[in-house]
Design a protein around this ligand. Structure first.
Ligand code: PLP
Length: 446
C-alpha cells in the first residue's frame, strides 16, 4: 500500500473583533430596506430575484452632477446614455429632469422618439448607422456624430439624394493619458485625421458642422484626463475659427465618469477612490474657460454620463437557495440571481449584503448564481457572515448596464420595480414567461 503524503494542518484565524491595519473591523453592513420599504416586502410582492430602482436616488444623483457643472460653466447640457439603461421609466425620469437623449443605434433612436424626445435633442453616436438610420436622423434634425470617413461619404450622398441638410459633429479619439487608448471610434486628433474630417465637412454643402465629440473610455478614475481631452477639442474649435471664421456650437465630452463600484483587483473600495462630479467638472471647465476661445463664443458643454448617474440607484434582491461546503471545506452560497443578470459582475466586486441582522462570525465565502454553468460566480471571495437558506441578500450599485446587457438564459428575466418619490412601487418591466419567450419562435414541424 502506498503511504499517503503528509500535509500539515492549517489553522486559519477568525478575524472577528481583531484590530487590523485600519483599526477595529467594522460591523457587517445590512441593507434591510430600500427607500424605507423592507426588502422582504419586495420579494413577497414581486418575487425573487427582483431589480429595484429608486427614483429619488436617480434624481438626487442627476442634480448633484448638474450642480457640479452648472456652478463652474455657463452652458451645460446632459444627454442620457440610452445603452446604460434604456428602460422607458428610467429614461423618462432623466428627460423630465431636462436631459437630452444620447443614442448609439437605430433602435435606441426610435426608443427616444417613442418617449417623446424631440429629434433635435438627440445626439446620435456609434459606428453603426445604416442609410435608413441616417435618413431618420436627418428627417428629425438630430445631431449626427460621424464616426468614420465611410459614414461621412454616405451622409454626403444621402443628404444630396434627400436634398436636405444634416447637422453633424465628429467623434474624435485622442491621447488623454488613458491606455489602452480607445482609438477604434472616431477620427484621431494627434495624426491630423480629425482636422482632415473637419475640413471635408466644411466643404460639404449639405452638412452643417455644429460640434466636436469625444468619449475617452469608461470608468475613468483620473479627472485630469478630461482636462486634456477638453483642451484638445478646444484647440480644434480655435483652429476651425481661424481658418473658416466660424465658431462651433458645442463640445461633447461623452461619458466615462467612474461610479462608486469597486473594480476587481482594486485595493481600496471605489466609493473612496473615485473622483467626484466636482473633480470632473473642475478639470473640464478649467480647460475650456482658460483656452483661447473668447467667452462670448464659449461652446455648450454636453455630457453623456451613463454609469455614474444610475449605478447607485439600482439594487438586485436575491434569495439564498443553498449553503454548501466545497471539497476543500470552503464555504459557498448558491443564490437565485446569476451572472446572466449581472453583466457588471465580470468587472466589479459587487457589494452583496444581508438584509437582516447577522452574528459577528465571518468566513471567506464564494457566492454562486443558479445557472448550470461553471462560470456563474457572482463573488469569488467575500468575507461574509452566516446566512440561512431562504434569506434575502441585496446586491447594490447594479443600475448601470445590467438591465440592458442581461441575457435571457436558462431562467426568466425577473421583474424590475421602481420606487417613486411618494414611496409607491411600480413594475417597470414585467418578469418574462414561457409565452413572452416563445412569441418570436416558429416551429416548422408543428
Ligand atoms: C457608453 C457611452 C456613454 C456612457 O458611458 P458611461 O461610461 O456609462 O458614462 C456615453 N457616450 C458614448 C458615446 C458611449 O458609447
Amino acid at each position: 500500500m502506498k503511504k499517503s503524503t503528509y500535509e500539515k494542518p492549517i489553522i486559519s484565524k477568525i478575524t472577528t473583533g481583531v484590530p487590523g491595519k485600519f483599526g477595529l473591523s467594522t460591523k457587517q453592513k445590512i441593507i434591510a430596506e430600500i427607500d424605507s420599504i423592507p426588502v422582504a416586502k419586495f420579494v413577497e410582492e414581486f418575487g425573487s430575484p427582483v431589480f429595484v430602482f429608486s427614483e429619488k436616488k436617480i434624481r438626487e444623483t442627476y442634480n448633484d452632477a448638474k450642480r457640479a457643472f452648472e456652478t463652474r460653466y455657463p452652458k451645460v447640457q446632459f444627454a442620457w446614455s440610452y445603452k446604460t439603461n434604456y428602460l422607458d421609466a428610467v429614461c423618462s425620469i432623466f428627460h423630465d429632469e431636462g436631459a437630452w437623449a444620447e443614442v448609439v443605434s437605430g433602435f435606441e433612436f426610435e426608443k427616444a422618439l417613442s418617449l417623446g424626445v424631440n429629434g433635435a435633442n438627440i445626439l446620435y453616436n456609434g459606428p453603426e448607422k445604416s442609410k435608413q438610420d441616417l435618413m431618420l436622423a436627418i428627417d428629425h434634425n438630430a445631431s449626427i456624430h460621424i464616426d468614420h470617413f465611410d459614414e461621412l461619404y454616405l451622409l454626403i450622398e444621402t443628404t444630396r439624394k434627400m436634398n436636405k441638410k444634416a447637422r453633424v459633429a465628429i467623434r474624435i479619439n485622442l491621447d488623454a493619458g488613458i491606455y489602452p487608448m480607445w482609438d477604434r471610434f472616431g477620427f484621431n486628433y494627434e495624426n491630423g485625421e480629425a482636422w482632415n474630417a473637419i475640413n471635408r465637412i466644411m466643404l460639404a454643402e449639405n452638412l452643417e458642422l455644429i460640434g466636436l465629440h469625444t468619449h475617452i473610455g469608461t470608468y475613468i478614475m483620473t479627472a485630469s484626463a478630461y482636462g486634456i481631452a477638453a483642451s484638445k477639442l478646444s484647440n480644434l474649435m480655435i483652429a476651425t475659427h481661424r481658418k473658416f471664421d466660424y465658431w462651433l456650437k458645442y463640445i461633447d465630452l461623452g461619458g466615462g465618469f467612474a461610479s462608486k463600484n469597486t473594480l476587481k483587483g482594486a485595493y481600496m473600495p471605489g466609493s473612496e477612490t473615485c473622483p467626484s462630479f466636482d473633480d470632473y467638472a473642475e478639470a473640464i471647465s478649467n480647460a475650456i474657460i482658460s483656452s483661447e476661445i473668447p467667452h462670448e463664443n464659449l461652446p455648450v458643454l454636453f455630457l453623456e454620463t451613463g454609469r455614474a448617474l444610475i449605478d447607485d440607484a439600482g439594487y438586485l434582491i436575491t434569495s439564498v437557495l443553498a449553503n454548501k461546503r466545497s471539497t476543500t471545506g470552503r464555504k459557498t452560497l448558491v443564490i437565485d440571481a446569476g451572472v446572466n443578470l449581472l453583466f457588471t459582475s465580470f468587472w466589479y466586486n459587487l457589494g452583496v449584503f444581508p438584509s437582516r441582522e447577522v452574528t459577528d462570525f465571518m468566513e471567506d465565502t464564494t457566492i454562486y448564481g443558479p445557472l448550470c454553468m461553471n462560470i456563474d460566480v457572482v463573488r469569488e471571495a467575500i468575507n461574509f457572515p452566516q446566512i440561512k437558506t431562504g434569506d434575502q441578500l441585496v446586491i447594490e450599485r447594479v443600475g448601470a448596464y445590467n438591465v440592458t446587457q442581461w441575457m435571457q438564459f436558462i431562467t426568466y428575466r425577473p421583474n424590475v420595480v421602481l420606487i417613486d418619490l411618494e414611496g409607491k412601487t411600480h413594475i417597470i418591466r414585467k418578469k418574462e414567461n414561457l409565452e413572452t419567450i416563445k412569441k418570436n419562435e416558429f416551429n416548422p414541424k408543428k
